[in-house]
Design a protein around this ligand. Structure first.
Ligand code: GAP
Length: 471
């Protein structure tokens, strides 16, 4: 553990508790005792998530002339998954306990118990390691683990009223495939020339056997993916450019680079479609440590070639400038939405020893979100719940709400110190407080979340002042 890691105050437990307490993320189906590893985004979580998606779309689709969007159906013809290799190859190695019937990821068990990295090893190799080390079931303690075997991670369902006669379909495990399947339609309508990209944001589903760590590994989650089509001999260069673009995205949303590193996949770890993959890893707190946040892969011409073979459609691209046809290579930057939200919460979390309004020592919890991602950009607070103050505060709130496209909070309950603490804990960068001086001179107090400093501002300058800080 590095010094930097040791000095971190944040823990996964604190993030999970704050998320529930303040309405970022709740356990799914909570009043029915929950459903393991499902989570619901609450009023603040949904704003954080939308900000992430909106910024991503703006940065990679609206602000670029070479990337266009798609929003495809989750259910696709099952031949898609044969062509993509997911039916054959999207597997996790599993072991069962014959005594208590618990089920585990073989690679995770070996990693946790023996500290050995075995990603990419075959089920036979993992079974041998488990047998030789005499590993026992982590739940019941018996040495009754089966050999490892492959388990397909796609969720299945049936279209039609009858299970027996219906069509079996899969819930998509990545958004990527629709962008290959619609390649031809997009070429025909999108007025694009290689190099160009297709971007999509959407839900995906994976029957993960060992989900967990809050919203880190989920059964259903969202991805923001780009399939970037390039000339085969320009793929290596495009890969390097995308590494830089992905780093720039992390800076835009305010993730500190000291907790991010790049990790090149070993050859035996690569997905079936990839010739090169680099993971962006984030250092999560405590035992989690360095884990994949995003990935960048060179998918070569694997997907288009396979879909061409399985569908019988010609998926070549005709390059007018070079007067030749080729199947483009694909560089794929992929971003998990939920992992982004989790990383933002962790990276922003801070605690500070301070004193309350009565001079009593207290700990201030503050989410130091970049204003771009903060759920509320500002809050309007009357100092006291007195008619003359409330009236002015509501007027300012309505004004800001009408003029601005960002979300503003309004709070008049409880003492001002407590209201500031709440805004700190949900990451609101600025508070505008209406007090008795406002009645006299039409100015408000601006209170800054990060250092709690305060300044006065004319009431009619607030909107512009806020715009300047957000753009
Ligand atoms: N199209 C390529 C692809 O799907 P992946 O590495 O399997 O690649 C992409 O997934 C991203 O999706 C990951 O980098 C991560 O951010 C997110 N992700 C993957 N599995 C997840 C899970 N079970 N729960 C939450 N996010 C996940």
């Amino acid at each position: 553990m590095t010094m930097l890691e040791k000095s971190r105050i944040v823990t996964m437990d604190k993030i999970t508790a704050l998320s529930k307490r303040r309405g970022f993320v709740f356990p799914g189906s909570d009043i029915y005792g929950g459903l393991a590893n499902t989570w619901d985004y609450g009023p603040l979580g949904v704003e954080l998530k939308r900000n992430v998606q909106h910024l991503w779309w703006r940065r990679f689709v609206h602000q670029r002339r070479d990337i266009i969007g798609l929003d495809a159906a989750i259910l696709m013809n099952s031949r898609v998954w044969e062509a993509s290799g997911h039916i054959e190859g999207f597997n996790d190695p599993l072991v069962d306990c014959r005594t208590c019937k618990s089920r585990f990821r073989a690679d995770h068990l070996i990693e946790e118990r023996l500290g050995q990295q075995v990603e990419g090893a075959s089920p036979d190799e993992m079974s041998k390691i488990i047998r030789e080390a005499g590993l026992k079931c982590p739940v019941c303690g018996n040495a009754t683990l089966t050999d490892a075997r492959q388990f397909n991670m796609m969720f299945r369902t049936v279209i039609g009223p009858l299970e027996e006669t219906g069509t079996e379909v899969f819930l998509r495990p990545e958004t990527a495939q629709a962008m290959f399947v619609q390649f031809k339609n997009i070429l025909a309508t999108g007025r694009v020339k290689v190099p160009f990209g297709i971007a999509q944001i959407g839900k995906v589903f994976r029957n993960e056997i060992t989900p967990g760590n809050f919203i880190f590994r989920l059964l259903e989650f969202e991805q923001m993916e780009i399939e970037y089509f390039v000339k085969p001999d320009e793929a290596a260069e495009a890969f390097e450019t995308w590494l830089i673009d992905m780093q720039a995205w992390l800076s835009e949303i305010g993730i500190r680079d000291e907790f991010v590193r790049l990790r090149e996949h070993d050859a035996d770890e690569l997905s079936h479609y990839s010739s090169r993959t680099v993971d962006f890893e984030y250092q999560f707190p405590g035992a989690m440590g360095w884990r994949e946040l995003y990935g960048l892969a060179n998918r070569t011409d694997f997907d288009l070639t396979r879909h061409q073979a399985f569908s019988g459609e010609d998926l070549h691209y005709f390059d007018q400038a070079e007067n030749r046809k080729y199947v483009p290579y694909v560089i794929e930057p992929t971003f998990g939405v939920d992992r982004t939200c989790l990383t933002l919460l962790i990276d922003a979390y801070d605690e500070e020893a301070t004193v309350d309004v009565n001079g009593k020592p207290e700990t201030r919890v503050v989410l130091r979100f970049h204003p771009r991602v903060a759920p509320y950009k500002a809050a309007v607070l009357p100092l006291l719940k007195k008619d003359e103050l409330v009236h002015l505060a509501k007027r300012l709130f309505t004004n800001l709400n009408e003029r601005s496209s960002v979300l503003i909070d309004y709070d008049e309950t409880g003492n001002i110190g407590k209201r500031y603490r709440r805004q700190d804990e949900i990451g609101t960068p600025f508070c505008f407080t209406i007090d008795f001086d406002t009645i006299e001179d039409d100015t408000v107090t601006v209170r800054h979340r990060d250092d709690m400093s305060q300044e006065r501002l004319p009431m009619n300058a607030v909107s512009e002042w806020l715009d300047e800080r957000l753009t």
